[in-house]
Design a protein around this ligand. Structure first.
Ligand code: HEC
Length: 145
């Protein structure tokens, strides 16, 4: 009696599993996409470009936005003037021959060198950290005129 029931139960369970499998396999289509060709299905995920495959000259170098050097006057007015206009902390004043004469004697190259590293109360690069050496030179030349 029990044995017969369990055999029946097992048959019913198998029937349900098999039925469900056949039913869902039509709905859920796992595997490959029939619409793709064989070549598309076995194609690698990435592609490798070999030298000469693409024209590198077509890829332009990124445009530098701040490539144009600012003028000495511009640097002086925006950065250096805060100290050098009125001589804050003993800074040599703008266009003041007495302040600048002994320094100019050492040569512009040395003034630029000192301005880059800073001296006493003069901060490195006069706080203009994005100033190029050329821009600092121009700013100094503007100040000692
Ligand atoms: C925070 C104030 C301050 C700012 C901003 C500043 N300076 Fe100066 N600078 C000084 C002081 C103070 C001195 C005098 C330092 C000394 O002789 O001890 C000086 C001196 C100098 C000297 C003479 C250095 C020497 O060898 O005697 C140069 C050149 C100079 N500054 C250039 C610049 C330039 C260019 C800028 C702007 C980019 C600038 N400074 C911005 C305070 C400043």
């Amino acid at each position: 009696m029990y044995f017969k029931n369990s055999v029946a139960a097992i048959i019913v369970i198998f029937a349900i599993i098999f039925g469900a499998k056949t039913f869902f396999s039509d709905l859920v289509h796992v595997g490959y996409d029939d619409n793709l060709t064989l070549a598309e299905r076995i194609a690698p995920l990435g592609q490798v470009y070999l030298e000469g495959d693409i024209d590198v000259n077509v890829i332009k170098a990124p445009v530098k936005t701040s490539a144009k050097a600012r003028s000495g006057e511009e640097i002086y007015t925006t950065v250096c003037a805060s100290c050098h206009a009125s001589g804050v902390l003993g800074a040599p004043k703008f266009g003041n021959k007495v302040d600048w004469a002994p320094r100019v004697k050492r040569g512009i190259a040395d003034l630029v060198k000192v301005a880059i590293s800073g001296i006493g109360a003069m901060p490195p690069k006069g706080t203009c950290m994005n100033c190029s050496d050329d821009e600092l030179t121009a700013a100094i030349e503007h100040m000692i005129k």
